[in-house]
Write a protein that binds this ligand. Structure first.
Ligand code: C5P
Length: 223
C-alpha cells in the first residue's frame, strides 16, 4: 500500500498513547490503538464467561470480535463491544492483565492481524502498540520505539489512576508493570522489541512536549 503509516511501539506507560494521539491529530491521520483490541478481547471473554486460559474459545472470540470505536464530542474515544460501552472497563489493571494474557496466544494475534491492517486508510495511519513496526506494519517508513524506566512508568500510571479516583499502591503497580513487561518481552510470538530500523526515544526524564518535538523532527526528516 502507498498509504503512509508511522508505528509507535514500546512498553505500557512510556507515553505512546499521548504521543501517537498528538501525532495523528497533527497530521490529520487515522489512529490505531492496537492495545484496545487486545483489551476488548480480554473483556469480551469476561462478558461471555470464557476463561483467558481457554485458547480455543478466546481465539473464537478474537476472530469474531464485534468492536467499534467512536469519538465522543469531548474528543474521548469510546470503545464498544457488541454495542455496549467498555471504555472504562478495559482501562483497569484487570483489563491490562486480561489483554496481556490473551495477547500471548499466537492464534489470537493472528486473528487480530487483518483487523489491524484495515485501519490503514488514506491519508495515513499512526499505529500504537507493541509489534506495529515488527509484525503488523513491517514496511512502515517511520518507526518510533518509545520507552521509559519501569519506576517512571509506574509513577505515571499511579498519577493517572489517582486522577480517576482509583486507589492503588505504587509498589503494587511497579510489580504489575514489571510482570507485564516480562510477559510481553518473553513471549514467543511478537515479543516486545524495537524493530531494527526503529528510532528509540527514552522519555524517562523528558517532558511530553519535548518527546513530541523529537518525533516531529523524525517525521520531517522522512519528508
Ligand atoms: O497498550 P496497552 O497497554 O493498551 O496494551 C495492553 C496489552 O495488550 C499489552 O500489555 C500487551 O500485552 C498487549 N498488546 C500486544 N500487542 C499490541 C498491543 C498490545 O500484545 N500491539
Amino acid at each position: 500500500s502507498s498509504t503512509p503509516v508511522i508505528t509507535v511501539d514500546g512498553p505500557s506507560g512510556a507515553g505512546k498513547g499521548t504521543i501517537s494521539h498528538l501525532l495523528a491529530e497533527k497530521l490529520g491521520w487515522h489512529f490505531l490503538d492496537s492495545g484496545a483490541l487486545y483489551r476488548v478481547t480480554g473483556q469480551a471473554c469476561v462478558i461471555e464467561g470464557v476463561s483467558w486460559e481457554d485458547h480455543e474459545a478466546v481465539t473464537r472470540i478474537a476472530r469474531h470480535l464485534d468492536v467499534s470505536f467512536t469519538t465522543a464530542d469531548t474528543g474521548e474515544i469510546l470503545v464498544a463491544y457488541k454495542g455496549r460501552d467498555v471504555s472504562r472497563a478495559i482501562r483497569t489493571e484487570e483489563g491490562g492483565r486480561g489483554a496481556s494474557t490473551v495477547a500471548a496466544i499466537p492464534a489470537v494475534r493472528q486473528a487480530l492481524l487483518a483487523r489491524q491492517r484495515e485501519f490503514l486508510q488514506p491519508p495515513g495511519l499512526v499505529a500504537d502498540g507493541r509489534d506495529m513496526g515488527t509484525v503488523v506494519f513491517p514496511d512502515a517508513p517511520l518507526k518510533i520505539f518509545l520507552t521509559a524506566s519501569a519506576e517512571e512508568r509506574a509513577r505515571r500510571r499511579f498519577d493517572q489512576l489517582l486522577a480517576k479516583g482509583e486507589s492503588v499502591s505504587l509498589p503494587r503497580l511497579l510489580e504489575d508493570i514489571e510482570e507485564r513487561d516480562a510477559r510481553d518481552s518473553q513471549r514467543k510470538v511478537a515479543p516486545l522489541l524495537p524493530a531494527k530500523d526503529a528510532v528509540v526515544i527514552d522519555s524517562t526524564a523528558t517532558p511530553v512536549a519535548d518527546v513530541f518535538a523529537a518525533v516531529m523532527r523524525e517525521v520531517a526528516a522522512k519528508g
